[in-house]
Design a protein around this ligand. Structure first.
Ligand SMILES: Cc1cc2nc3c(=O)[nH]c(=O)nc-3n(C[C@H](O)[C@H](O)[C@H](O)COP(=O)(O)OP(=O)(O)OC[C@H]3O[C@@H](n4cnc5c(N)ncnc54)[C@H](O)[C@@H]3O)c2cc1C
Length: 298
């Protein structure tokens, strides 16, 4: 059932964003197909944990679907883990650690859902979820379901190629049994590194910018070099702890985040000759704003 004018701020990690004109939760594949059919060709946006997403203060301007029910399931199999797209990344990572399965440490301390992880190709700087995906199933806007493998979506650093209306339903991820002590150690090490360096005590959406790659300094170093660490616009601030994170100090608007990002990107280009590219996804912003941010290539 579609609900009208649903606020999205509390559904994102940043606690920012206007209202969705319509929002519905789908607990099964059939329900999702029925909801999409009611849209008569209009493309729905799909919301996971909102951990890598900036929603405009005016809202996304399109219907939003949230997956629940059967999509929250996860199952540890012989050499793999089968996950629904709404399964929390934290739950899947914990299941892998407890069952002594290798490879899922790359998602340790990453908030959000497995659907978001598949869409963003989440992971570390050099190892990504799509390195481990055996297959994933997507529903297209006409309600048909397709099974895709890595070759079909051409994974790259924090990006894949996917039809705009495609919704991940589930996936099977390689996770072969391994030495339990080594698995525990890998998970703990990654968790400690992330908790030490990154921002978990304030509303953020993780890394703002993609790392430009060698020989460039990393994104946080570039932001720092141009003097943006600690800079504020309205209620948003470039985190004093990690310069690639923007925090909501309490009453930030999406526009405050955009202002900080545009200023950062301008300075980095002027002073370092590098165009930063956002890691985040954006909902409800005009094309000219997205172009100014260097967004839209994910
Ligand atoms: C403190 C912190 C640390 C983080 N660390 C990392 C890290 O180490 N590595 C990393 O890669 N990321 C990291 N992130 C970013 C974020 O956690 C991941 O990108 C995560 O995968 C986002 O998932 P989500 O469900 O919240 O996606 P959302 O923010 O809800 O959505 C992001 C995009 O994915 C799309 N999407 C969501 N679900 C689906 C679906 N089922 N089908 C199709 N598209 C979908 C949305 O439409 C949107 O375009 C971090 C974030 C925070 C706040």
């Amino acid at each position: 059932m579609w609900m009208r004018n649903v606020p999205l701020d509390l559904r994102t990690r940043w606690r920012i964003g206007g209202q969705a004109p319509e929002l519905a939760e789908a607990s099964s594949q059939e329900e999702l197909r029925g909801l999409l059919a009611e849209l008569e060709g209009e493309t729905a946006l799909v919301l996971g944990g909102g951990a890598n997403l900036l929603v405009s203060d005016q809202g996304p301007g399109a219907p939003v679907v949230v997956l629940g029910g059967e999509f929250k399931r996860q199952e540890v199999l012989e050499d793999t883990i089968r996950v629904g797209a709404a399964a929390s990344i934290a739950g899947v990572v914990q299941a892998a650690r407890r069952a002594a399965r290798s490879g899922l440490w790359i998602l340790e301390a990453v908030p959000g859902t497995m659907g978001g992880a598949l869409r963003l190709n989440a992971g570390t700087a050099d190892e990504w979820i799509w390195d481990r995906v055996l297959w994933a199933e997507v529903m297209l806007s006409d309600g048909s379901v397709e099974r895709v493998v890595a070759e079909d979506v051409q994974p790259s650093y924090r990006a894949i190629e996917l039809d705009p209306g495609a919704i991940f339903l589930r996936a099977e991820v390689r996770a072969p049994p391994a030495d339990a002590a080594r698995v525990r150690q890998e998970h703990m090490q990654r968790r400690i590194e992330k908790l030490r360096a990154q921002v978990y005590d304030k509303p953020t959406c993780g890394s703002t910018w993609k790392n430009p790659g060698a020989p460039s300094p990393s994104a946080w170093e570039l932001v720092e070099l141009v003097g943006m660490r600690g800079e504020k616009r309205g209620g948003a601030q470039v985190s004093p702890k990690h310069a690639n994170f923007i925090v909501n100090l309490g009453d930030a608007k999406a526009q405050d985040v955009i202002d900080l990002m545009i200023e950062t990107r301008r300075r980095v280009h002027e002073e370092k000759g590098i165009f930063l590219e956002p890691e985040l996804h954006f909902w409800g912003f005009p094309g000219e704003v997205l172009r100014e941010l260097g967004a839209g290539t994910t």
